[in-house]
Design a protein around this ligand. Structure first.
Ligand code: FMN
Length: 221
């Protein structure tokens, strides 16, 4: 499965099989998480035993309580940590999809029950439920490209495909509160229209866009 296929096939999954992630897969995930932590200056941690992360009533209602494992998205408490968590966390999410796993970003969880290492000057931004899904989820309702792209006029193929991939990205409560524009210097800019976890969303969206844009550019070579 390519990363583009993973983008198309990934949906949030909230019901999981009672099955641990096998050790070979755990190793692969940890290798990527290590690289992401280095590149993104983060402290993402795969916790094989999710413990009571999802024990709150709301999580039980949402179904995430069945997730066997969780990725604790920890990082230094700085201005851009949420966006970096979104960007690199989504890279891990798509890799998990390629490895046959399912995931769900979760802003609702019991922070005190997450058995993560949180150093001084670090904070837990969000978690990602992970495991083998009891189903594969389903496509979300989406805004149109016109609703998220600033300005009118023809755009290059790489930009349009980037936007198409960005619209498949998970966002908190499916809010899709982002705007993408093409700057005069030929690069893309991303703006946050403010909502719960919209900084994390923005990082996730930017990762999807980058994968799409790079793919479209390669097709042209
Ligand atoms: C930052 C963030 C926080 C989220 N928090 C929750 C949550 O607390 N509970 C939940 O069930 N889903 C949560 N989601 C999943 C979104 O509801 C989901 O991504 C959105 O509805 C789009 O659906 P999709 O992921 O299947 O494409 C969250 C997603 C993101 C990106």
């Amino acid at each position: 499965m390519t990363e583009i296929e993973a983008i198309r096939e990934r949906h949030s999954v909230r019901a999981y099989l009672d099955k641990k992630i096998d050790s070979e897969t755990v190793e692969k995930l940890n290798a990527l998480i290590g690289r992401c932590n280095e590149k993104g200056n983060l402290h993402l941690q795969l916790l094989e035993d999710a413990g009571n992360t999802f024990n709150r009533l709301m999580s039980k209602v949402m179904g995430l309580g069945s997730a066997p494992s969780v990725i604790a998205c920890v990082g230094p408490d700085d201005r851009t940590v949420e966006e970096r968590v979104g960007y690199y966390g989504e890279k891990v999410v798509l890799y998990a999809q390629q490895l046959g796993l399912n995931t769900c970003w979760a802003g609702t969880y019991s922070a005190k029950n997450v058995p993560a290492e949180i150093g001084q000057n670090e904070r837990l931004v969000i978690v990602i439920a992970i495991g083998y899904g009891a189903n594969q989820g389903r496509p979300h309702k989406s805004k149109t490209p016109q609703q998220v792209v600033a300005g009118s006029g023809e755009k290059p193929d790489w930009f349009n495909f980037g936007v198409e991939m960005a619209l498949l990205a998970p966002t908190a409560i499916n809010q899709q509160k982002f705007e993408i524009s093409l700057k005069e210097d030929g690069t893309a800019a991303f703006a946050d229209r403010r909502g719960p976890f919209s900084r994390v969303d923005l990082g996730i969206v930017r990762y999807h866009f980058d994968v799409g844009a790079a793919y479209a550019r390669k097709q042209k070579e």
